[in-house]
Each structure stands twice: as C-alpha cells, then as structure tokens.
Write a protein that binds this ligand. Structure first.
Ligand SMILES: *Cc1c(COP(=O)(O)O)cnc(C)c1O
Length: 249
C-alpha cells in the first residue's frame, strides 16, 4: 500500500514532464489523473485518497455503487470524485445516478442514453438546477466490439445534448482505442482521431476548444496522450499494480 503513494508521486512527475512538451495551444490544458480502481479493494482507494488523489474511475455500475456507498469511503473520502468509464445502459441509470459523489459519466454514446440521463437527473439531483457532467465516448478505432459513438455522429450527438438536454453539461470526448498500439510507429492514431473530432465539433458548433476536454491515455501511454492534448488520463495498473481477479461483479 505504501507503494501506491510512491507510484502516484512518480506518475505526477511524469505528468509534469509530459505537460512541458505540449504544443503551445495545449499549454493551457491542466491534465487530471483519474485513478482507475476497478477490481481494486476499498483500502487501496483510501490509501490513494489520503495522499491527495481525488478522481477515481470505475467501469461497472454495480461495483461503483457498492464502493461509493461503503461506510469507509463515505467516512474517509468526503471529497472523492467518481468517474464512470464503463458502459451505461438505460436499465441501470437509476442505480448510477444514486451514486454519492458521482462526478462525470465519460461513456455516453448515443442520443438515447443522453436523453435518458437528462430526464433521470432532473429527478435524482439533490442540488437544484445542478447539471450532470458527461462526456461522449467515441469509437475511434472503429472496432465493432468497442462501444462508443461512431466518429461521423459525434457532432450531431453533441448538438443534441446542447439543444435538448438542459440537465447535462457536455465536458468533452473520451476514447479507449486499440489495445497494445506500438508507440514506436508514431503518434497513436486513436488519440489523433479524438483530437480531430474535437476540432470538428468546435468548428461546426462554434464551441471554444478550451471547453472541450479529452479523456485518453492509460498506464502504458498516458505521457504520450498528454503530449497530444489529453485532459483526463485514466491510469489503473501503474498506480495499483495488476488487478486482482475478482468476483465482485
Ligand atoms: C481499465 C481501464 C483503464 C485503466 O487501464 P490501465 O491499463 O490499468 O491503466 C482506463 N480506461 C478504461 C476505460 C479502462 O477500462
């Protein structure tokens, strides 16, 4: 567990170094570290929280709900911010929106999910007029098995959210991308594609680029992602070590 603190420190140093070599236009982006705690025990989350980590990512709504509602987390991690980085379906939205300290849903992939979240948030929000922060997951690698919005539909989904979903706050775009890409071949094409999607929506919908965040980069490639302009890096194994095989779901 002491290891977690050391690993977080190392990652923060790498984030600073990678931030320094970004293009001038990206210098204003402050990259945030999301600690991906899926399959990791609550004690590991508390250890990371106690050395200053605040944003945590979970993939599964049941696991997220269980952890976020656990007494230990509620007592010790008052200011924790949860990101959902796994699949959302209309049938588990109610459970998701009841999660305490839910911060961002990064995986909205259609108008249907967006409007369902919008309508449910109106009922679930505890603070009047507060908006639910969401990102659009984009299927940049065009793999059939990957969920995410088709590249060509991103603009229309964002427009739909801006026009029709007053309870949602559009934060930006997220991608997972192809696993195991070899960086010696050059910049990761998934990251470049996500950046292009951002440029396109900013252009078509007249949004200032500063208002569109990118969530990309994991343990193996977060420095590279930051260099390209990532705002949220989602790092699991580099902080917590290998994920234990688990039956929590
Ligand atoms: C598991 C996961 C991560 C973290 O991956 P690591 O390689 O452990 O850093 C990031 N994003 C998503 C969507 C994931 O499912």
């Amino acid at each position: 567990m002491a290891d977690i603190s050391y690993k977080l420190k190392t990652i923060h140093n790498k984030i600073l170094a990678a931030s320094a070599v970004r293009s001038l236009e990206d210098q204003c982006i402050q990259p945030h570290l999301i600690a991906v705690s899926k399959h990791q025990p609550i004690e590991a989350i508390i250890t990371a929280y106690e050395v200053g980590q605040r944003h945590f990512g979970e993939n599964y709504i049941n696991e997220l709900s269980k952890k976020a509602n656990s007494n230990k987390i509620l007592e010790k991690c008052l200011d924790i911010k949860w990101h959902l980085i796994g699949h959302v379906q209309t049938n588990n939205i109610n459970k998701l929106l009841k999660v305490p300290n839910l911060d961002v849903i990064e995986t909205v992939n259609s108008e249907k999910i967006a409007i369902a979240l919008n309508n449910a948030w109106e009922k679930f929000r505890k603070i009047e007029n507060s908006k639910l922060k969401i990102m659009i997951q984009v299927n940049t690698s065009k793999e059939l098995a990957k969920s995410g919005c088709d590249i060509n539909n991103v603009s229309s989904v964002v427009k739909y959210i801006l026009d029709k979903c007053p309870c949602l706050q559009f934060l930006g775009l997220m991608t997972i991308g192809k696993f195991g890409y070899d960086l010696s071949k050059g910049p990761n094409p998934d990251f470049l594609t996500l950046k292009k999607c951002k440029d396109k929506i900013c252009d078509e919908l007249s949004i200032h680029p500063r208002h569109v965040k990118l969530s990309m980069g994991m343990s193996a490639d977060f420095e590279h992602a930051i260099e390209i302009g990532s705002s949220y890096i989602r790092v699991g194994t580099a902080i917590f070590g290998e994920r234990p095989a688990t039956t929590t779901n």
